[in-house]
Design a protein around this ligand. Structure first.
Ligand code: ZN
Ligand code: ZN
Length: 355
């Protein structure tokens, strides 16, 4: 372990200490897929099934419907969207902290899903952006505005929300096809501040919210088969598109859940889900890997890459795997085949409790 840390040019004493948390829940606000029906396939992950997590609304008092006072409306179910946004809440010694990991692709989707779920955004103390890609940053300004607005009527009086980002924000990102294809820009630093947040820029490993969350620096790229986005490009300040396949601004977030181990959150795994998981273990200083939650980015991976990723992930002996977003159905099928019973995939609108 020490040898590997040394290989990252980081003394073990330099890694901030992550506190153990007593409980952890994950409310998936945005994910590519939704599933209101399936039961939890893993005893360590508790979540509602058969529409039981859907918010119920009261029927008007003058409506007679055989004694029914509540109804489940289809417009209270979340919409799927290409992207990720997870509300992570931990408790430690009776005190809770909430961190929003990514904000999905569009302001309207974030706003709509939070409203449909009836969530109170005022509890969110920090937004961490995994990397500068619009499917993770697109809802950010809406999230900041809703958090700040909700505080006006909430008992959870806090300072303005902190937005934790990597400092290296590209003007634009894109893909080089027969010609460059640009993505929409991520929110700018000025827009984030104008929306009401305080910006915290960091490319170094650090902790947040009473050391209950750890946010990594750049994730070392050590496996030969995890090479980022083929033909990824960025628009530089000289007005040129340049090659940018590795997305080195990508960071992981993790918690140390008491009696379980490391709960690792990965946005899109452009670093590779194996590099992400190994780096989390290195930063965790001997705490075992419990689960990896988020986008594994293997939807378009070659069969060889899927196989290698699975072998190396399995060797890390996670208790449960919680893939979502860009993981792709092929890798989920492969996990279920090779590691039967180990997977509890995440879906938009569902709240997960690690028990
Ligand atoms: Zn991405
Ligand atoms: Zn993504």
């Amino acid at each position: 372990m020490l040898k590997t840390i040394a290989s990252l040019n980081m003394a073990a004493s330099m890694i901030p200490k992550l506190a153990e948390v007593d409980s952890l829940t994950i409310q998936a606000i945005i994910n590519d897929e939704i599933d209101q029906i399936s039961p939890s396939p893993h005893p360590a992950v508790k979540h509602p099934q058969s529409f039981m997590g859907a918010p119920l609304r009261p029927l008007p008092t003058d409506v007679q419907r055989g004694g029914a006072k509540l109804q489940m409306r289809m417009d209270t179910l979340c919409c799927g969207a290409h992207g990720l946004s997870l509300l992570i809440t931990v408790t430690k010694d009776g005190k809770s902290h909430s961190l929003l990991f990514d904000t999905g692709p569009e302001e309207a989707v974030w706003e709509s899903n939070v409203t449909r779920l009836g969530l109170d955004p005022s509890t969110i103390e920090r937004i961490v952006l995994s990397h500068w890609h619009r499917d993770h940053s697109g809802g950010m300004l809406s999230a900041i505005r809703m958090i700040e607005e909700s505080k006006k009527t909430s008992v959870h009086a806090q300072k303005e929300v902190v937005v934790d980002v990597h400092p290296d924000r590209p003007e634009f990102r894109g893909i080089m096809a027969h010609e460059p294809i640009s993505l929409e820009p991520d929110p700018s630093f000025a827009e984030i501040e104008e929306a009401g947040a305080t910006i915290f820029k960091s490319d170094e490993v650090h902790t947040a919210l009473d050391d209950t969350f750890l946010i990594s620096g750049s994730i070392p790229r050590l496996t030969p088969y995890e090479g980022g986005i083929p033909n990824g490009i960025r628009y530089n300040s000289e007005g040129q598109w340049e090659k940018d396949e590795l997305i080195m601004d990508e960071r992981l977030v993790m918690c140390n859940l008491k009696g379980k181990g490391l709960v690792v959150f990965t946005g899109c795994s452009h670093a590779g889900v194996v590099n992400v998981s190994r780096h989390a273990i290195e930063l965790g200083g001997g705490v075992p890997l419990y689960t990896v939650v988020g986008g594994y980015h293997l939807a378009d991976g070659s069969p060889e890459k899927l196989q290698k990723s699975l072998e190396d992930l399995k060797a890390l002996e996670p208790t449960v795997l919680m893939p979502g977003h860009c993981t792709g159905w092929r890798f989920k099928v492969a996990i279920e085949k090779e590691m039967p019973g180990c997977m509890a995939p995440i879906f938009g609108g569902t709240k997960y409790e690690l028990v």
